[in-house]
Design a protein around this ligand. Structure first.
Ligand code: HEM
Length: 178
């Protein structure tokens, strides 16, 4: 990785870190302060976290596909390792944790954990979290130059978050099996 792209990457990481810290402060403030419309604020933060998480889940397989195009030990391969690690640790994992925290708060406080749509949604989100776990494992394997998957298998895996997202959004908006 050259110096210029290294410092650009560090700045991006710093900006993402600041955004994350702000997000956590607002989230903690919401739970502690006596805020009107807390539910709507929590829902807004939930949707922001979910969008960030989904962006990573949809982009990561693309990175693996480009990574597989480059030889082990090449400069490009090393750059992809940094991009994958940063995407996973600075964006995807914090966004997943925050999606769960805000989502579970609403599920318990607002819906008392009741509703077929909610249970189905949680099942779909658990599968999505499993896909996240598999990608986290792949990031570690690619970092050790012990690559897993083929461009075709990563293209196929790319469809899983898309299909799950469609199911999840329909369940939470339409709320069938109430
Ligand atoms: C991580 C675990 C998750 C839990 C526990 C959870 C739970 C919830 C709950 C209880 C609500 C409030 C529903 C309402 O009041 O109308 C909600 C809203 C929402 N969730 Fe999640 N959710 C999770 C993940 C996701 C994911 C992965 C997506 C998208 C792919 C998503 C998309 C949404 C959307 C779009 C809303 C707003 C719905 C509306 O305003 O009508 N959630 N979620």
């Amino acid at each position: 990785m050259n110096k210029a792209s290294g410092s650009t990457g560090s700045k991006a990481a710093l900006r993402a870190g600041i955004a994350l810290a702000l997000f956590v402060v607002i989230g903690v403030g919401l739970f502690l302060a006596d805020v009107q419309n807390r539910y709507l604020w929590v829902k807004a933060l939930h949707v922001i976290a979910v969008i960030s998480w989904m962006a990573g889940l949809l982009y990561m397989p693309r990175l693996f596909i480009y990574h597989l195009d480059h030889e082990v030990g090449s400069a490009a391969s090393e750059t992809f390792k940094v991009m994958e690690r940063r995407l996973m640790s600075i964006i995807m994992t914090p966004a997943m944790v925050l999606s769960w925290i805000f989502g579970l708060w609403m599920a318990i406080e607002i819906y008392g954990f009741h509703g077929g749509w909610l249970h189905l949604k949680l099942a779909a989100v658990l599968v999505l979290s499993g896909v996240h776990g598999y990608m986290a494992k792949a990031v570690r394997r690619f970092a050790a130059d012990d690559r897993i998957g083929t461009p075709r298998s990563w293209r196929l895996l790319n469809e899983a978050p898309t299909l799950l997202m469609i199911v999840i959004v329909i369940l939470v908006i339409v709320k069938p099996f109430a």
